[in-house]
Design a protein around this ligand. Structure first.
Ligand code: ADP
Ligand code: MG
Length: 695
C-alpha cells in the first residue's frame, strides 16, 4: 500500500508537478483504482480533473471523459498535452478528417484519455466495444439531473452506459452538491452503489458581502477604486446590461469588456484570452462566462443582479481566489431582480424546483446571520462558529424592540386587504402623496401616514425583515402582494413582541476584505511576458503553459538550475524539459540586470546566502573569478551583513596570519603576506584573515 501511495505521489509530481494532493483527491483516486464507481463532489477549483486523469495514466486502456462544453474539453486536452500526456477530444466542432484521426488513435490504443461531448458519444459506440477502456468519467455530472441547475438533455443518454460497460469503473464529478441532485445523479447514471466523496465547500478566503441593489453603479465604481489593477468579473442578467455597464466603466477610465452568448465565438475567445492574460482586467458578463476558466488570480466577483440559485452564485463567486489568497465577493439584490427571475423560473420546464431554489437564494441575500453559515448549510455542511469574513460577521446587526413598527405594518396590510406589494404598503404608511395612492383612495385609510417618521428605505427594510421573520409573506406569483401570516395575527392581537435589526447601523458596515496589496513584482511581469510569448507560439491559453500560481512560485523560489526548477509548483517532467531553460534564463537575466543597478556584491551575496551556491558555483555562473566573488562577500560583511566564513578559512589559518602580522617587517602590503606564505595562501584568504584577526 505504501509503495502504491508513493508511486501515486510520484506520478502526481512527474505528470502534474504537484507535491501534495488537494483534500479528498487521493481517496477518490484510490476508489477509482480499486475499480469502484465513484461520485466526487468538490467545489469549483477543488481539483476534480486530477481525480480521473491520474488513474487514467496508471490504468490499462483509455479513459472516456464526458464533458459538456467544447471549450472546456479543448482546454483540458491542451493542458494534458502540455504535461506530456497523450489525450484528444472528439466533438462536432471538428473537421471530419480530424475526427477520423482521433478515432484512429483511439482504435490503436494510443490515447490515455479521450474527451467526448455527450452528443457525440453515439459515434464512438462501435469502437468502444472493441477497445480496452480504463474508466468512464462524467464531468459536470449535475447536467444529467433536472434537479441540477444546468440540465442537458444529451446527458440523459449516459444512463445506458453502465449497462453496456458494467465492469468498468465510473466516476462522476460535480460541484453541485444539494442532496436531491446528488442522489439523482447516481440514479440516472445507474451507479446507485457508487462511493460518494463530498469535499468541504468552504472557501474561507472569500469575503462574502451582500447589499441592497440601489445605486449599484456608484457602489461598483467605489469598489473598483479600492481594487485597482486587480482582475475581476461582474455578472449581469441581461446581455444588454453587460454592454452598457462595460461601456460605463470604460468611460470612467477602467478597462473592461462585455461578454455574452450573443457574441461570435471569435469575439468571445478573444475577450476570454485578454482576460486570462490580464490585458483586460474586468469582464462584465452573463453567466455564459467563466465555466472551466482556471485563472488563479481573479481577485473579486460582483453580482450586479441576483443569481437564480445558490449553486450558481457559489460557483460564480468560486471563480475568485483560486490561489487561496483573499478575494472579495459582492452580491447586489433587489425585488426587481426577484420578479424577473421568477418570470424566467415560471417559464422554465421545471417551475416548482426553480422557484424553490430562487426562494432560497433570496433568503440568503436577506439573511441577517453569518453568510457562510447560511451558504454552507445549503450544501449540507454546518459551521460551528460564525465565519468572521462576511458582511454580517464584520458588522453584526443590533436589534431593538420593533413591535410598534410591526403592528403598524400589519395593520396597513390588513386595511389594504392584502392586495398590495411592498412599495405601496410603504407609501401608504409614509403618507405618500402620489397618483397611485390617490387613485385607489388609500389616503382615506386609518394607517395612512402612520410611519411618517421613518425614511422610505428604512421602512422598506423593516418590511423585508418582517417577511424574513415569517410575519408576512410575499406572493410573488400574484404581483408580489403582501399577505399576513398567523404570526401577524399574534402581533396585532396577542401582543407578540418583534425584534428588528437597526437599519442605520447596517448601512455603515465595513464592506471589503482585509486590504491586501499585491506587489506587481517585476520578475513576475517578465515571467508573464515569456509565458505570453510561448502561449502565442504554441497557440494555447497562457495558463496551459504555467498557471499564475506557478509563476508566483518561481518568483518566490527563483530557481536557477533544473533541480530547483523541478521544485516549482506545476512543473512536472514534460514542463521541466520543455520550459526550464527559457524561464531560468529570464530569472538569471533579471538578477543580473538588477545587480548592475544595485550592486554586484549584493548579488553574489544573495546567491550564496539565499540560494546556497558555493563560491565556485557563483563564480562560474556569473563569469567572475573566485577572488572577485570573495571580495563581494567581504564587502557585504563589512557593510554589516551576516556571513559565516568558517568554510573559507580555518582558525588555524587565522592564527598563522596573526603570527605573520607580528613577524613581518612591513605588514602593510598583501604581497608581503603572500610571500611570507610562499605564495601558497591566496590573496583573498589573507585579506579575510586580516579582517577577522582585527576583531
Ligand atoms: P475543478 O474541476 O474541481 O474546478 P480543476 O480540476 O480545474 O478543478 O483544478 C483546479 C486547479 O487546481 C487547476 O489549476 C489544477 O491544476 C490545480 N490542482 C489540481 N490538483 C492540484 C494539486 N494536487 N496541487 C496543486 N494544484 C492542483
Ligand atoms: Mg472541472
Amino acid at each position: 500500500m505504501i509503495s502504491k501511495i508513493s508511486s501515486l505521489k510520484n506520478n502526481l509530481k512527474i505528470y502534474f508537478g504537484f507535491d501534495e494532493f488537494l483534500p479528498n483527491q487521493e481517496k477518490i483516486i484510490h476508489s477509482v483504482l480499486k475499480g469502484k464507481d465513484t461520485l466526487a463532489i468538490m467545489p469549483t477549483g477543488g481539483g476534480k480533473s486530477l481525480c480521473f486523469q491520474l488513474p487514467a495514466l496508471t490504468m490499462e486502456g483509455t479513459a472516456i471523459v464526458i464533458s459538456p462544453l467544447i471549450a472546456l474539453m479543448k482546454d483540458q486536452v491542451d493542458a494534458l498535452l502540455a504535461n506530456g500526456i497523450s489525450a484528444a477530444y472528439f466533438n462536432s466542432s471538428q473537421e471530419v478528417e480530424k475526427q477520423q484521426e482521433v478515432l484512429n488513435k483511439l482504435q490503436k490504443n494510443e490515447l490515455k484519455l479521450i474527451y467526448v461531448a455527450p452528443e457525440s458519444l453515439g459515434q464512438l459506440e462501435f469502437i468502444l466495444k472493441n477497445i480496452k477502456i480504463s474508466l468512464f468519467a462524467i464531468d459536470e455530472a449535475h447536467c444529467i439531473s433536472v434537479w441540477g441547475h444546468d440540465f442537458r438533455p444529451a446527458y440523459k443518454e449516459l444512463g445506458k452506459l453502465k449497462n453496456q460497460f458494467s465492469e468498468i469503473p465510473f466516476i462522476a464529478l460535480t460541484a453541485t452538491a444539494d442532496r436531491a441532485t446528488r442522489e439523482d445523479i447516481l440514479t440516472q447514471l445507474h451507479i446507485p452503489q457508487a462511493k460518494t466523496f463530498i469535499s468541504s465547500f468552504d472557501r474561507p478566503n472569500l469575503f462574502l458581502d451582500v447589499r441592497p441593489g440601489r445605486n449599484r453603479k456608484k457602489q461598483i465604481f467605489n469598489f473598483l477604486e479600492s481594487h485597482e489593477n486587480q482582475s475581476g468579473i461582474i455578472y449581469c442578467l441581461s446581455r444588454k446590461n453587460t454592454e452598457k455597464l462595460a461601456q460605463d466603466l470604460n468611460n470612467k477610465g477602467f478597462t473592461a469588456a462585455a461578454y455574452h452568448a450573443g457574441m461570435t465565438a471569435e469575439e468571445r475567445s478573444e475577450i476570454q484570452d485578454n482576460f486570462l492574460n490580464d490585458k483586460t482586467p474586468i469582464i462584465v458578463a452573463t453567466i455564459a462566462f467563466g465555466m472551466g476558466i482556471d485563472k488563479s488570480n481573479v481577485r473579486w466577483v460582483i453580482h450586479y443582479n441576483m443569481p437564480k440559485n445558490i449553486e450558481g452564485y457559489y460557483q460564480e463567486i468560486g471563480r475568485s481566489g483560486r490561489d487561496g489568497l483573499p478575494a472579495d465577493t459582492l452580491l447586489f439584490h433587489s425585488y426587481a431582480d426577484v420578479m424577473l427571475l421568477r418570470k424566467f423560473a415560471e417559464e422554465s420546464g421545471t417551475k416548482e424546483i426553480q422557484l424553490a431554489k430562487l426562494e432560497r437564494m433570496q433568503q440568503f441575500s436577506e439573511s441577517l446571520s453569518c453568510r457562510r453559515k447560511t451558504l454552507l448549510s445549503y450544501f449540507g455542511e454546518h459551521l460551528e462558529d460564525d465565519c468572521g469574513n462576511c458582511d454580517i460577521c464584520k458588522n453584526p446587526p443590533q436589534y431593538f424592540d420593533g413591535t410598534i413598527i410591526a403592528q403598524k405594518v400589519c395593520s396597513a396590510i390588513a386595511r389594504l386587504k392584502e392586495q398590495e406589494s411592498i412599495n405601496m404598503v410603504v407609501d401608504v404608511l409614509r403618507g405618500a402623496q402620489n397618483a397611485q395612492v390617490y387613485e385607489k383612495g388609500y389616503q382615506q385609510i386609518k394607517t395612512y401616514g402612520a410611519a411618517k417618521d421613518i425614511s422610505w428605505r428604512d421602512l422598506q427594510n423593516y418590511v423585508i425583515q418582517l417577511i424574513n421573520q415569517g410575519v408576512l409573506e410575499i406572493w410573488f406569483h400574484e404581483k408580489g402582494r403582501l399577505i399576513l401570516t398567523p404570526l401577524a395575527k399574534a402581533v396585532l392581537f396577542e401582543g407578540k413582541k418583534i425584534k428588528l435589526a437597526n437599519v442605520q447601523q447596517l448601512k455603515q458596515k465595513k464592506t471589503t476584505a482585509e486590504k491586501i496589496t499585491f506587489e506587481t513584482d517585476k520578475l513576475f511581469e517578465k515571467l508573464r511576458q515569456l509565458r505570453l510569448r510561448l502561449a502565442k507560439e504554441e497557440e494555447v491559453p497562457a495558463y496551459i503553459i504555467f498557471s499564475d500560481a506557478s509563476l508566483k512560485d518561481m518568483v518566490k523560489k527563483t530557481p536557477i538550475n533544473y533541480e530547483e526548477f523541478s521544485e516549482v509548483l506545476g512543473v512536472g517532467k514534460a514542463k521541466l524539459e520543455k520550459y526550464a531553460d527559457e524561464f531560468i534564463k529570464v530569472i538569471n537575466r533579471h538578477f543580473d540586470l538588477k545587480q548592475e543597478k544595485l550592486s554586484s556584491h549584493h548579488y553574489s551575496y544573495k546567491l550564496y546566502q539565499e540560494k546556497g551556491l558555493s563560491l565556485k558555483e557563483i563564480a562560474l555562473q556569473r563569469g567572475l573569478s573566485e577572488g572577485t566573488v570573495f571580495q563581494h562577500f567581504l564587502k557585504m560583511y563589512k557593510m554589516g551583513h551576516d556571513f559565516d566564513f568558517s568554510s573559507f578559512i580555518t582558525t588555524e589559518e587565522i592564527n598563522q596570519i596573526k603570527k605573520a602580522k607580528k613577524e613581518l617587517e612591513n605588514p602593510n602590503t598583501l604581497k608581503a603576506y603572500f610571500k611570507y606564505f610562499s605564495e601558497e595562501m591566496p590573496y583573498h584568504k589573507i585579506k579575510l584573515g586580516l579582517l577577522l584577526s582585527e576583531e
